[in-house]
Design a protein around this ligand. Structure first.
Ligand code: HEC
Length: 110
């Protein structure tokens, strides 16, 4: 009897941790920090791109009119053309980080 109650208690604590921990760690996924390490070398610290190198701005033009779904696909999978430079889903960028990047780009576009 005593042991089964303990098992239930441990089970409930485990469930509670599963619910709370992801929110704590993934909420800390900072789009700005990911941008700095993964994107800024090409798109620039100010997101303005490098026209001379044909790297588009993320704060104007296509990136501004693209839907969130298009931006997400572009970053995670390289978009329609599956550009390997952008298949960040294969390069250690989690779906949550891609989401954070989209929010970061959106806030920079305002
Ligand atoms: C190696 C340089 C490089 C890196 C690193 C890079 N990009 Fe790009 N990005 C480009 C180029 C070049 C294009 C133009 C499309 C193409 O030819 O691939 C582009 C296009 C885009 C587009 C589409 C813009 C448009 O006008 O259609 C988005 C959105 C984008 N990049 C976001 C990102 C994000 C977010 C990161 C970081 C996770 C990133 N890029 C990292 C070079 C880079």
């Amino acid at each position: 009897m005593k042991i089964s109650k303990l098992v239930i208690l441990i089970g409930m604590i485990a469930v509670a941790l599963f619910l709370v921990l992801p929110n704590l760690s993934w909420a800390a996924d900072d789009g700005a920090a990911t941008y700095k390490t993964k994107c800024a070398m090409c798109h620039g610290a100010d997101l303005a791109g490098k026209p001379a190198a044909k790297i588009p701005s993320l704060v104007s033009g296509d990136a501004k009119t693209a839907s969130d779904a298009d931006l997400t696909d572009m970053i995670a999978n390289g978009g329609k053309d599956k550009k390997t430079t952008h298949a960040f889903a294969n390069k250690g960028v989690s779906p949550d980080q891609v989401q954070a990047l989209v929010s970061y780009i959106r806030s920079a576009q305002k």
